[in-house]
Design a protein around this ligand. Structure first.
Ligand code: C5P
Length: 427
């Protein structure tokens, strides 16, 4: 996604400028061609050499240097840039951008470029909340700039409030999203489920599974980077929400069903990568179950203090959707009696298997009327739950079977979207 992208990172003179070094390094590692422009005061905080060492490219700052070449350079930079991100953006530079002032290399490039603008304001709390700064940000937002909200926390001054520069992951996420805004999923709404579900036994215990959510989060992130609006419905996981994705958290299969049903109205794609528990304890105990005397037979304890859980079936969320317009049997969108859907919903399921992968996957694809079923062998060490790589076989409704090599989950996510895009309705 970032490979060979021409990105300008503008650095303003704020204490958070040292954090931009990490961003430049990560973008360079991802294959982007990063040109750094420092304002005069940024150089007081971080030396140009620090950035050029990370970007492997020249760093710019002085628009007025004697050779006059910088004046030409700023036009070339502005024209070639695919994105300009200002990290950190100070109140001073934000004000200049709002008013079209071009009194240094960075603001001159910002005025001359047609590339999308991403701003990461970071400053003292009261400068950020000042009505002048807020009005300037609102104006820039109106003109199409992406403003990354600063984090709330302890600031360099010791004050607590909004003004901290977000993490490199968030900044990189915002840059990737802005670069991908016209991608092959632009104007599409996609719903992705991720993680496992927790089915309560009592207020402190649950029945769960080992899904980490990594595959689903990678699928949601990839869709965002191809221009989609993404709703990510996630079970309990230890992952940060990807920037620019609408995260809806759930705990149980029943909650996930409600969340999916309300999210798919108007959606183009549903990718169910969540490992939804097939069973849940019949009636979770209202109080924590105690060993020893237990809760008696009514709570499932036997005479020896053993505990028997009675599990009931959870609804099959994907299976329940098999009948709606847009299942793989229906090639074009339709309007239901209630007028709920007007376009085809492409539906993609996952199957975590330990044996008989092909037979199990094919029968699931058919039973749930899916467009695609992605089967992964969770018995392998390099595939499935918790690890960074996956070995999947993609089963198509057309009968095609694609056995993919072991890949990072990000690569698997990209391949899945490559297969989904041709299935999207054009209506
Ligand atoms: O039948 P199986 O559970 O293996 O099917 C897996 C697929 O079905 C996954 O896409 C999973 O998200 C989905 N599923 C579901 N509701 C369930 C169980 C699984 O939608 N109760």
């Amino acid at each position: 996604m970032l490979l060979n992208k021409r990105i300008i990172i503008g650095i303003c003179g704020g204490i958070a400028s040292y954090k931009a070094v990490d961003l430049v390094s990560k973008l360079q590692q991802a294959g982007a061609l990063v040109d750094v422009i420092l304002t005069e005061h940024a150089e007081d905080f971080v030396r140009p050499l620090t950035f050029s060492t990370m970007s492997h490219r020249p760093v710019y700052s002085d628009l007025w240097e004697a050779s006059g070449r910088a004046a030409e350079t700023h036009i070339a930079l502005a024209e070639e840039a695919e994105l300009l991100a200002i990290v950190p953006a100070t109140a001073n530079t934000i004000a200049k951008l709002a008013y079209g002032i071009a009194d240094n290399m960075l603001t001159a490039v910002a005025l001359a470029t047609k590339a999308p603008l991403v701003l990461a304001p970071a400053m003292y709390r009261d400068m950020y909340t000042h009505p002048a700064t807020q009005a300037n940000l609102a104006l820039l937002r109106e003109r199409g700039a992406c403003i990354i909200e600063p984090e709330v926390g302890r600031l360099a001054s010791g004050a607590v409030g909004p003004g901290r520069l977000p993490t490199t992951e968030v900044l990189q996420g915002a840059i990737s999203k802005a670069l991908g805004r016209n991608g092959d999923l632009a104007h599409r709404l996609v719903v992705v489920t991720a993680g496992g579900t927790h089915e309560p036994i009592d207020p402190v215990r649950y029945v769960g599974n080992r899904s980490s959510g990594k595959m689903g989060y990678a699928i949601a992130t990839e869709a965002r980077d191809r221009g989609a609006d993404v709703i990510l419905i996630s079970g309990p996981v230890a992952l940060e929400a990807p920037y620019g994705v609408e995260l809806r958290t759930v705990e149980t299969a029943l909650q996930m069903r409600d969340a999916v049903q309300s999210a798919i109205t108007g959606a183009d794609v549903l990718v169910m990568s969540a490992a939804v528990a097939d069973f849940r304890p019949d009636t979770p105990a209202a109080q924590k179950l105690k060993k020893g005397n237990g809760g008696g037979e009514a709570q499932g304890f036997d005479a020896h203090g053993g505990l028997t859980l009675h599990l009931v079936r959870n609804p099959d969320i994907l299976g329940e959707l098999a009948g709606i317009p847009g299942s793989s049997e229906t090639s074009h969108g339709q309007i239901t009696d209630k007028g709920e859907r007007s376009k085809r919903l492409v539906r993609v399921g996952f199957a975590a298997e330990t044996n008989d992968i092909v037979t199990n996957a094919q029968s699931k694809l058919q039973a749930k009327h899916l467009d695609l079923l992605v089967a992964n062998d969770v018995g392998r060490r390099d595939s499935g739950f918790g690890v960074e790589t996956n070995k999947v076989i993609i089963f198509h409704a057309t009968g095609q079977i694609e056995d993919l090599p072991v890949m990072p989950k990000t690569g698997v996510a990209a391949t899945i979207w490559d297969r989904i895009v041709p299935l999207l309705s054009t209506t």
